[in-house]
Design a protein around this ligand. Structure first.
Ligand code: FNR
Length: 382
């Protein structure tokens, strides 16, 4: 309301209101190698572009005279009531997006201020025990990379439980990094790696994987880390993964209905439809197009969604297609680069304000009113 009224009465916001301008400003605020890493995607980035374009193929159908004066965007998720269905997707290397190097802490503070949960990546500049207290009353989730070393995975999950995280998100699509031409061209991985391994370096199980006597050697740190990536999990690992925690377990990267059903049968508490924002494999289905079939397949299990969300209207469309909660990645990372916690808060509040107004104008006052009947396919090409 405040953002909207300010605009109407001539008080211009400090930060851009459109995603395109936000991205442009962030590009100037970041060193080129960092910008390439955050903004870039796999291959020629056509899947990344398609993720956002997919939203334009759906149109919300306005309904009149429903009296949408008050809206209720609250949602029940894993036993907690959240003020809105928006969340911050896990973004590794947030440290390099923030001027002081503590982007994870800054983002966690934005979660506390807005009630928008953060899924904190394993790839963090600060250990999870420092990040979690910054969430305040907002629940935070821990995203797990990469559990193929079982002792390390167990240690990370138990630390997350102890630190007070409200759930574990296991990312399945990034056991190996995708083909990302921008990163290969800038050769920026060594620069990035130095800013995101705090959860590993602070972990006792990780320390046992280091080469004895070379604990201070950054080359050995990089090698140890590289050894634990590059091995995929399989369905056979799922019972073990489930046994690690009583916290809600959410599987990220599920885009096929059969995978979604199997995840549910094996005890997942939620599935997370995402193609990693088009960063992992090019040539894929836009994540939005995978959403309805997954929602049908899991029959009531919470379905989280991200990839390509750039506006409040996009949030509303994903909800109408069955998402329980909707995540953004790059948009808040850009806000962070522009102005730390305030920049993230600006991005989240703008998305929420637009979603709220779209629901008001279009006559869908509560999330329960949003279903497939609220949408029409507006074109089929492209
Ligand atoms: C990511 N993403 C990601 N996902 C994850 O599970 N763990 C991680 O550490 C990261 N790291 C990461 C870094 C950067 C720079 C970006 C942009 C993304 C993927 C992220 O969670 C999410 O799936 C996408 O960002 C969603 O797409 P949009 O909103 O960026 O289009």
């Amino acid at each position: 309301n405040e953002i909207y009224l300010n605009g109407l009465f001539g008080i211009a916001p400090e930060h851009p209101m459109s995603f395109a301008e936000l991205a442009e400003r962030a590009r100037h605020a970041m060193p080129p190698g960092v910008w390439s890493y955050v903004a870039g995607g796999a291959g020629d980035e056509s899947t990344q572009d398609a993720n956002s374009a997919a939203f334009a193929r759906w149109g919300l159908v306005p309904r009149m005279l429903v009296g949408a004066e008050r809206r209720d965007l609250s949602v029940d998720l894993f036993g907690r009531t959240l003020p809105s269905p928006l969340f911050m997707a896990p973004v590794g290397v947030l440290g390099i997006c923030a001027r002081d190097g503590h982007g994870d802490l800054a983002t966690a503070r934005a979660a506390a201020r807005t009630g928008v949960p953060m899924v904190a990546s394993t790839l963090s500049a600060d250990p999870m025990e420092a990040v979690a207290p910054e969430f305040g009353d907002t629940p935070g989730y821990f995203q797990l990379y990469t559990p193929t070393d079982r002792a390390l995975a167990e240690s990370l999950v138990h630390r997350a439980e102890k630190a007070g995280f409200a759930g574990i998100v296991v990312t399945l699509d990034t056991w190996i990094s995708g083909w990302r031409p921008r990163d290969l061209a800038t050769a920026n991985f060594p620069q990035l790696r130095g800013h995101c391994l705090a959860n590993y370096t602070s972990d006792p199980a990780f320390r046992t994987l280091r080469t004895p006597g070379r604990e201070e050697d950054p080359g050995d740190l990089a090698l140890t880390w590289a050894r634990i990536f590059g091995k995929p999990l399989t369905w056979d690992d799922l019972p073990w993964l489930r046994s690690l925690t009583t916290l809600p377990l959410i599987l990220k990267g599920i885009c096929h209905p059969d995978d979604a059903r199997r995840a549910k049968d094996l005890g997942a508490d939620g599935v997370y439809v995402s193609n990693h924002g088009g960063r992992q494999a090019n040539g894929g289905l836009p994540a939005l197009d995978a959403l309805p079939e997954v929602v049908d397949a899991v029959d009531g299990l919470p379905v989280l969604f991200d990839s390509g969300v750039r506006s409040g209207a996009d949030v509303v469309k994903a909800l109408a297609l069955g998402a329980t909660a909707v995540g953004v990645g790059r948009p808040y990372a850009y806000g962070l680069a522009l102005d730390g916690t305030d920049g993230v808060v600006h991005v989240l509040r703008s998305l929420l304000a637009e979603a709220d107004l779209v629901m008001a104008v279009d006559g869908y006052p509560a999330l329960a009113d949003l279903g497939p009947a609220a949408l029409r396919r507006v074109c089929c090409g492209g």
